[in-house]
Design a protein around this ligand. Structure first.
Ligand code: GUN
Length: 296
């Protein structure tokens, strides 16, 4: 198995999904249906957040969605931000809304996220959509876990009965991913996080290892077994003088060490990131079909 790993090409699969969405949008519009419309709220001028939101907007254009980008200064009050969300909640043309995280320290992300109407919550961050993960009729699934699952499925990777080790227990990725893998996919799941002692004893048991900690290079070659499927959610900017942008992107997995032992592995960038965006588009399409824009 050594050195014959297959790249889980999120960029390629996301492009396939975007093509599928674009043709569906065309057929919806051709029979007089509504063009999906995504709104994105960006607060402040963090470079990484700007890049992520720009990529989401670009993806909307690519598939024929309408979009609205609202950019507010970092000084915006929590009350004003919530009133803007409520305005979009009640806008009869907008099907999906995302508030890019992180938000400035004086604003509660949990409170703000919870103000998004669940029918328009295409990130799948609200308590209702979170709870509905364990339902036979899920609402809007959290975008990153949904994207990871779609990536594994499109590479026909067996999940049922296999040992999935999730490193990271965040509300946006680790926690919902672990639930999806056990509840919907029947994997045997172990959840590790920053307080896990002897992390390597767990990661070495993984048939499928999903890492979402934001700690670049955390997973080394001696922490995985031969044949493991590796999904790296981490994407940290590391400063460098060696290129014009002044940084490069590094995942949570030490790719050079881990890839030769893996059967499948995601690259960073080009793995999970594009799949999150594809999921966001799929959720927006679903919200539009459900009539989210005017379900108030
Ligand atoms: N910040 C980092 N990832 C995400 C994401 O998937 N959605 C939003 N809204 N903010 C993020």
């Amino acid at each position: 198995m050594a050195d014959s790993y297959i790249i889980l090409d999120g960029k390629k699969i996301a492009n396939e999904i975007k093509d599928e969405i674009a043709s569906e949008v065309k057929s919806i519009v051709s029979v007089g249906g509504k063009t999906p419309h995504l709104a994105a709220i960006l607060v402040g001028d963090d470079g990484a957040s700007q890049t992520y939101v720009n990529n989401k907007i670009k993806a909307c254009t690519r598939v024929g969605f309408e979009y609205t980008l609202l950019n507010f200064p970092a000084t915006i009050s929590e009350a004003k931000l919530i009133s803007e969300i409520e305005r979009i909640n009640n806008d009869d043309d907008i099907d999906g809304l995302i508030v890019q995280l992180p938000l400035p320290a004086h604003v509660s992300s949990a409170k703000v996220t919870e103000c998004i109407r669940p029918e328009k919550d295409v990130d799948g961050f609200t308590n209702l959509n979170y709870g509905r993960i364990t339902s036979n009729n899920p609402g809007l699934m959290p975008a990153t876990p949904y994207g990871i699952l779609e990536l594994l499925k499109r590479y026909n990777i067996d999940i049922k009965g296999r040992h999935c080790v999730m490193v990271g227990n965040s509300r946006t990725v680790g926690a919902p991913m672990s639930i999806i893998m056990s509840y919907h996919e029947y994997a045997t799941v172990t959840v590790c996080h920053i307080h896990t002692q002897k992390l390597e004893e767990f990661t070495r048991q993984a048939d499928i290892l999903i890492v979402a900690t934001g700690k670049p290079g955390l997973i080394k070659g001696d922490m995985v077994k031969e044949g493991v499927v590796v999904v790296d959610v981490g994407i940290t900017r590391i400063e460098t003088d060696e290129n014009e942008r002044g940084y490069y992107l590094k995942g949570d997995v030490e790719f050079g060490q881990v890839a030769p032992k893996a059967s499948y592995i995601t690259p960073v960038p080009g793995g999970v990131g594009p799949m999150t965006i594809a999921s966001l588009l799929l959720n927006t399409l679903k919200a539009t079909r459900n009539g989210a824009a005017h379900s108030a």
